[in-house]
Design a protein around this ligand. Structure first.
Ligand code: ATP
Ligand code: LTN
Length: 329
C-alpha cells in the first residue's frame, strides 16, 4: 500500500464543499493506502495573528475528521505542532532550498500581494520549506493535492533530490497525485462560484455544523432561475444543476436521472436539503459527542500523534546522520 499524506489547515469551519469534495474521499481512501492526515496549525500561523484561536480550531477540526469517519486505528491523524520534528526538519529544508526558488512560488506571490499593507511574515515566504518537511518526514510516496499545490510538491521533490545528492540517499521522492474527483459544490446563492469559506456571505454555504432548520432555510432560498423546468445543465441552469449534483452526491443516483424525477423546483430544493440533513446529522452528533468528551478526543489524537512521531523521529534522525551532525550526547 502506498504511503499517502494529506494535510489540512485549521482555518475555519468545514462546509459541504470540503466534505463532498475532499473529506469523503479521505474516509474511503483510508483503506486503500497507509494514510497520514496532518492538521497543519503551524502553516495557519503564517496568516493568523490573534491569540487563542488556532488551538480551538485545531481541536474542532480534529473532532470533525473523526466525526466524518476517519478511524484512528487505520488512518494516522496528527497535529503538526505536536510533532517538533516538523519545525526541526523545516530548518534543514530552508538550508537546502534557495531564495530564488522560494521567490518563484506562485502562492507566496499571490498571498503576499493580497495582504498589501498587512504584515507579510517571513514564514509566508518559507512556507514551502515547512511543507517539504511535512511530506519528507513521513516518506510519503503520494500527496493528493489540487492544482494550486502542485508547485509545492515539485519544490519538495527538488529539495529531496538536492539533499540526497549532497548527503546520500535519505528521503523518498514524493509525487503529487490528483485526488479522486469529488463533487464540486457551488455556492447556493451564487451557483457559478464554488462554495468557499472566503465567500462574502454565509447564506450560500452549508456548514457541517449548521442545524437542520438552517440547512432547510438555506436550501429553500437557493438561487435558481425563472424558467421553472428541471433539467441538468451546468451552463444555462447552474442553480438547478448544483442542487441536482448535491442530491446526487448524497444519494448515489446520477444528476440526469434525478432531473427526470422532478417537475418543480420546490420539491427538488426540499429533497436536496433533506438528503444533506440525513448525511450531516450523524456527523454533527458525533462531533458534539467528541467535543463534550475531551478525554476521548485527546485519546484519539494521541494514537495518531504517537504513530506520527515515531515515523517523524526516525526520518529526522536519518537526516541528521546523513548530514553528519554531532550525535546527541
Ligand atoms: P478557500 O477559502 O481557499 O476557497 P475552502 O473552504 O474553499 O477555502 P480549502 O481549505 O481551500 O477550502 O480546501 C479544503 C479541501 O476542500 C480541498 O481539497 C478543496 O479542494 C476542497 N473544496 C473546497 N471547496 C470545495 C467545493 N466547493 N467543492 C468541492 N471541493 C471543495
Ligand atoms: N499548503 C497546503 C497545506 C499543506 C500540505 C502539506 C498539503 C501543508 N503541508 C503537506 C499537502 C502536504 C494548502 O494550503 N492546502
Amino acid at each position: 500500500m502506498p504511503r499517502v499524506l494529506s494535510c489540512i489547515q485549521p482555518t475555519g469551519s468545514v462546509h459541504l464543499g470540503n466534505y463532498l469534495g475532499a473529506l469523503i474521499n479521505w474516509v474511503s481512501g483510508q483503506h486503500e493506502g497507509d494514510v497520514y492526515h496532518g492538521i497543519v496549525d503551524l502553516h495557519a500561523l503564517t496568516i493568523t495573528e490573534s491569540p487563542g484561536i488556532l488551538g480551538k480550531q485545531t481541536l474542532e477540526l480534529a473532532a470533525m475528521l473523526f466525526a466524518v469517519g476517519l478511524d484512528p486505528d487505520v488512518a494516522t491523524v496528527f497535529v503538526q505542532s505536536h510533532i517538533h520534528e516538523h519545525t526541526e526538519l523545516a530548518w534543514i529544508m530552508e538550508c537546502t532550498v534557495s531564495f530564488g526558488e522560494l521567490s518563484r512560488m506562485t502562492q507566496f506571490k499571490e498571498k503576499s500581494a493580497k495582504r498589501e499593507t498587512d504584515f507579510v511574515s517571513a514564514g509566508l515566504f518559507t512556507y514551502p520549506a515547512l511543507q517539504a518537511a511535512d511530506i519528507l518526514l513521513y516518506d510519503a510516496q503520494e500527496v493528493p493535492v489540487g492544482d494550486d499545490q502542485r508547485q509545492h510538491i515539485e519544490i519538495t521533490r527538488d529539495i529531496a533530490v538536492r539533499f540526497n545528492h549532497r548527503f546520500g540517499d535519505t528521503f523518498v521522492l514524493p509525487k503529487a497525485v490528483h485526488p479522486k474527483a469529488g463533487a464540486r459544490v457551488m455556492d447556493l446563492q451564487d451557483p457559478t462560484s464554488k462554495m468557499s469559506k472566503s465567500s462574502v456571505t454565509d447564506n450560500g454555504l452549508i456548514y457541517l455544523l449548521d442545524d437542520n432548520a438552517t440547512i432547510e432555510k438555506k436550501f429553500k432560498r437557493a438561487v435558481t432561475d425563472s424558467d421553472g423546468v428541471v433539467s441538468y445543465d451546468r451552463e444555462s441552469k447552474p442553480g438547478i444543476a448544483n442542487l441536482l449534483d448535491i442530491l446526487s452526491a448524497c444519494t448515489g443516483t446520477t444528476a440526469e436521472q434525478l432531473a427526470d424525477k422532478y417537475s418543480q423546483y420546490g420539491p427538488l430544493k426540499n429533497d436536496a436539503g433533506q438528503a444533506v440533513i440525513a448525511l450531516v446529522e450523524p456527523i454533527r452528533t458525533r462531533f458534539h459527542e467528541l467535543m463534550a468528551d475531551p478525554g476521548e478526543l485527546s485519546r484519539l489524537l494521541i494514537i495518531g500523534n504517537d504513530r506520527a512521531r515515531e515515523v517523524a523521529a526516525s526520518t529526522l534522525s536519518r537526516a541528521h546522520k546523513a548530514i553528519g551532525l554531532l550525535p546527541r550526547i
